[in-house]
Design a protein around this ligand. Sequence first.
Ligand code: FPP
Length: 228
Amino acid sequence: MPKSTLKNLAIIMDGNGRWAKQRGLNRTKGHEAGAETIRDITTYCANHEEIETVTFYAFSTENWKRPKLEVDFLMRLLDRYLKNELKTYQKENIQFKAIGNIHEFSKTLQTRIRKTEEETKDNTALTQVLALNYGGRAEITSAVNSLIEKGKIILSEEDISSALQTPYSDVDLLVRTSGEQRISNYLLWQLSYAEFHFTDTLWPDFSAEELDRIINEFKQRNRRFGGL
Ligand code: FPP
């Protein structure tokens, strides 16, 4: 009998650059291929009966340190992705939500993000969350500050959970591609009791078939949440 249920899945997409390099291509080609993988995995999740949210780490607060050309490319790619994706969101009944410091993006990109959220807000099969200009510590800090501003003095875990940007407070399974085994300031609060799976596959090569195998393995795990 499967033991674990999977409602909230989180993914660290890594390895676009190495995928491109292996093929003698520019890193930007790796990001383009990576955007295709996001579409495939999101569609798989929308058709999976248990999964309610999938959260992708698309741009971290540290990613601004990359060369300006690459950052500019990622911004344009994100805008193009959201523009093209609207039909998939509507067809597959997917709600889109962004988390992170969106206000530091260009006005055009902010408008695209807000418009996509607005146009998909009634969709119910899945929520696709993109973490954009996101950092876990920053998210917790701003949740705490927003509670202080509201006059709270003593905070409970529930207070903090409900002030986070994510529409859930616990991730069930985290998958990271490309062989790196770290969490890179991702969803620090929400990963407290998550199961982790690291795969050597580079993100552009990651597929729904591999995710399906990972989920089947996850479902056999016995999650004890600190109990016996
Ligand atoms: C890591 O690869 C990837 C990222 C910078 C984040 C993910 C970005 C995408 C999948 C691009 C498209 C995103 C959207 C939302 C359209 P890396 O460049 O760190 O790879 P490397 O470690 O091999 O250099």
